[in-house]
Design a protein around this ligand. Structure first.
Ligand SMILES: NC(=O)c1ccc[n+]([C@@H]2O[C@H](COP(=O)([O-])OP(=O)(O)OC[C@H]3O[C@@H](n4cnc5c(N)ncnc54)[C@H](O)[C@@H]3O)[C@@H](O)[C@H]2O)c1
Length: 303
């Protein structure tokens, strides 16, 4: 099959205006949002109009927020072109942009009317971005559907069936809890430390790479507070290493990470919470984890 070219695909639609956006996180800005809204104004996009986000997670986040805010909401569709976009960003209705105070601080819960996934887009994606996106797929395997792990243990090739399984996990969790209270929290497995590492690295690491380290930490913590078996902790290391994802972090950074974790926007009432695992596909929550457990789990992932 021929790989799909983004601009080629976009221009095949009739009566469309194509807005090309800056690469990566830079496009999730007020300035770019304004550019999209300017085009909506120029073409007089009405309530019956449609905005399509064609690109990685950054593009679908921006497109969704542009749709949520133009005329107080017009229809939008997502055509994600990265693994992270397909299994994570385009699913679940979160849209938004960054501000100078942090990532995703301005946004809205605004679901697309459809998400179109075609794995042929991935033929041009870098191995680094594929593997970073697969970290979220691995997470779906540990928290809900362990058959994803067996699939990846057999082959690391990204198939439509694999993406479908991961999308089903996120869709199932999100449809039970759209606005992120208790149920949706399981999707944060590995993310408490992961977000802190991303910030500590000033976003030089891909989200999935930081989450990979965060998942091994969460697994170690799960061994200490939720009785997770060592075999499953090892399975985290094996599968993430096979994807060339990082699983350790610098020993010296523990204090900085603790501070960053306490400042995360998902911290509730000042309490640090972790999603933990009791077994494959069986999650739990840990609150007020004693510092000695955090220290021990961190020692086991430090390099
Ligand atoms: N809304 C949500 O629930 C949610 C969830 C997870 C992540 N996100 C957001 O998603 C973004 C990360 O997504 P991402 O990892 O897709 O990053 P990205 O959108 O920055 O894309 C990564 C890189 O791949 C390039 N690219 C995209 N498609 C390509 C293709 N088919 N071939 C070659 N190159 C291609 C992009 O230009 C970019 O350089 C972040 O902004 C994050 O906040 C949102």
């Amino acid at each position: 099959m021929k790989s799909l070219d983004l601009v080629d695909v976009a221009t095949k639609f009739k009566n469309v205006s194509v807005v090309s956006l800056p690469d990566g996180e830079n496009q999730k800005s007020l300035e770019t949002l304004q550019r999209v809204h300017d085009v909506c104004g120029e073409v007089k996009l009405g309530r019956d109009g449609l905005i399509v986000g064609l690109g990685g997670g950054a593009t679908t986040d921006l497109a969704g927020f542009a749709a949520a805010t133009w005329l107080r909401g017009v229809e939008w569709k997502a055509i994600p072109t990265t693994v992270a976009g397909m299994v994570d960003a385009a699913i679940g209705g979160k849209t938004g942009i960054n501000t100078r105070h942090g990532k995703n601080l301005v946004g809205s819960f605004y679901s697309p009317s459809g998400v179109i996934v075609d794995v042929r887009f991935l033929e041009t994606l870098s191995t680094r971005d594929i593997n970073a996106g697969l970290a979220e797929v691995v997470k779906c395997g540990f928290i809900v559907d362990p058959s994803i792990l067996s699939d990846l243990e057999k082959s690391l090739h990204v198939t439509a069936a694999l993406i479908h399984k991961a999308v089903s996990v996120k869709a199932k969790v999100v449809s039970a809890d759209f606005k992120e209270s208790y149920g949706r929290e399981v999707l944060n497995y590995g993310h408490t430390l992961g977000h802190a590492i991303e910030k500590n690295e000033k976003y030089a690491l891909r989200h999935g790479e930081a989450v990979s380290i965060g998942m091994v930490f969460a697994a170690e913590l799960s061994g200490l507070v939720s009785g997770l078996k060592p075999k499953i902790i090892d399975q985290h290391r094996d599968i993430l290493t096979s994807l060339d994802l990082p699983i350790t972090y610098r020993t010296t950074e523990f204090d900085s990470l603790l501070k960053l974790m306490s400042g995360d926007k998902k911290v509730q009432k000042g309490k640090l919470r972790f999603v933990t695992l009791k077994g494959l596909g069986r999650t739990s929550r840990a609150e007020n984890v004693p510092l000695r457990h955090l220290t021990k789990a961190y020692e086991r992932i430090s390099s």
